[in-house]
Design a protein around this ligand. Structure first.
Ligand SMILES: *Cc1c(COP(=O)(O)O)cnc(C)c1O
Length: 351
């Protein structure tokens, strides 16, 4: 009999673990399932990485200051307000480990990013899932204090819905909550509002960002959090000393430097999103208005799972998602116009 069940902490044994979207290793798929950017990153990114590759003998800067300086300028904060991570998932891990201990509570909305639950479970913490209303707003109780509550996560724009929570609402919660609130802005570059201003006003607001989606750098693994410097100092103790590698720091700094490029690909994606939502509606889909680079939809007559399977047979990957208490749906990434047209044509044959 294996002893593994005795070796491993019970919290880990009982955690299913986070399951990311499929990444087929063969070519030839239209990939609209993990919200990657369909366009390449800024050409300056590759240049910067090639330069940095000449200095790989040395350890990277532990605080990624080259990135912090550029990001601070772009965002209008000071570099000490920024902590960098190996993707924003790393930021979520650092934040959770800093604030949440065993037997304490975290809170987040349902349905939302599934990683929040995994992170709480790994800490041996309890989690409170507050359901969205059918219109994707949250009840006021989401911002209420409770004993033992140590951290609140909220993704805005949210996944899978693509909907935004207004900064005024987050500000109200920040004032009522006895703990930090982590505002996960992984998709915010596709939205028309963000919560960065709140970081100045409230010491318990942290805003995390990712370079994976809007900057087309999912493979580079780079994200960051903006918070007041006294908080950043504490988070820095928890992170791995060299959590961002030298290539990632150089590439990420170059990406943020090129705001003009970001504006170009953003505009394209928003135009495609508008057209895609309209066409899906014409095909009879219910489409949630999106502020992100994906659309959440379902068809009243055709089960989402069937549509997902049929699309996959045609080598078009979308994300089929089912959440307790919610009708299953498809989360479809906004790809290039050609990719989206192929997906829409196939769907038109299926519904
Ligand atoms: C993609 C995503 C992240 C993580 O992004 P990385 O920077 O690639 O780790 C975080 N939160 C949400 C809601 C996401 O969709």
């Amino acid at each position: 009999m294996s002893m593994i069940n005795q070796y491993v902490r019970p919290e880990i044994l009982s955690t299913p673990g986070y399951v990311p979207g499929e990444q087929p290793q063969e070519q030839g798929f239209i990939k609209l399932n993990t919200n990657e950017n369909p366009y390449p990153p800024s050409p300056r990114v590759v240049e910067a990485i090639l330069q940095a590759a000449k200095r790989l003998r040395l350890y990277p800067d532990p605080m990624a200051n080259a990135f912090r300086r550029v990001a601070a300028r772009v965002l209008g904060v000071e570099p000490q307000w920024i902590l960098c991570g190996n993707g924003s998932d790393d930021i979520l891990t650092i934040v959770t480990r800093t604030f949440v201990g065993q037997g304490q509570w975290v809170r987040y909305p349902h349905p939302s990013y599934v990683l929040y639950r995994t992170l709480a479970q790994i800490q041996g913490a309890y989690f409170e899932e507050v359901s969205f209303r059918p219109d994707w707003t949250l009840p006021e109780e989401f911002g209420r204090a409770r004993d033992g509550l140590r951290l609140v996560y909220v993704a805005t724009p949210n996944s899978p819905s693509g909907t935004l929570i207004r900064p005024e609402v987050i500000a109200r919660w920040a004032q009522q909550l006895p703990c930090p609130i982590l505002v996960d802005e992984a998709y915010v570059d596709f939205a028309d509002q963000n919560c960065l201003e709140l970081v100045r006003q409230y010491e318990n607001v942290l805003v995390s960002r990712s370079l994976s989606k809007s900057y087309a750098l999912a493979g580079l693994r780079f994200g960051f959090v903006v918070a007041q410097p006294q908080l950043i100092e504490q988070l820095a103790k928890v992170k791995d000393s060299y959590n961002c590698d030298a290539l990632a720091i150089a590439g990420a700094a170059a990406a943020l430097e090129d705001q003009e490029y970001l504006a170009q690909i953003r505009a394209r994606i928003l135009a495609t999103r508008r057209r895609m939502a309209q066409r899906l509606q014409e095909l009879g889909f219910q489409v949630t208005p999106s502020q992100a680079n994906f659309l959440w939809c379902h068809h009243p007559e055709r089960p989402a799972r069937e549509l997902y399977e049929e699309l996959k047979k045609s080598r078009i990957l979308v994300r089929y998602l089912e959440y307790r208490g919610w009708p299953p749906g498809l989360r479809i990434t906004v790809g290039t116009d050609e990719e989206v047209d192929q997906c829409l044509e196939r769907l038109a044959q299926l519904v």
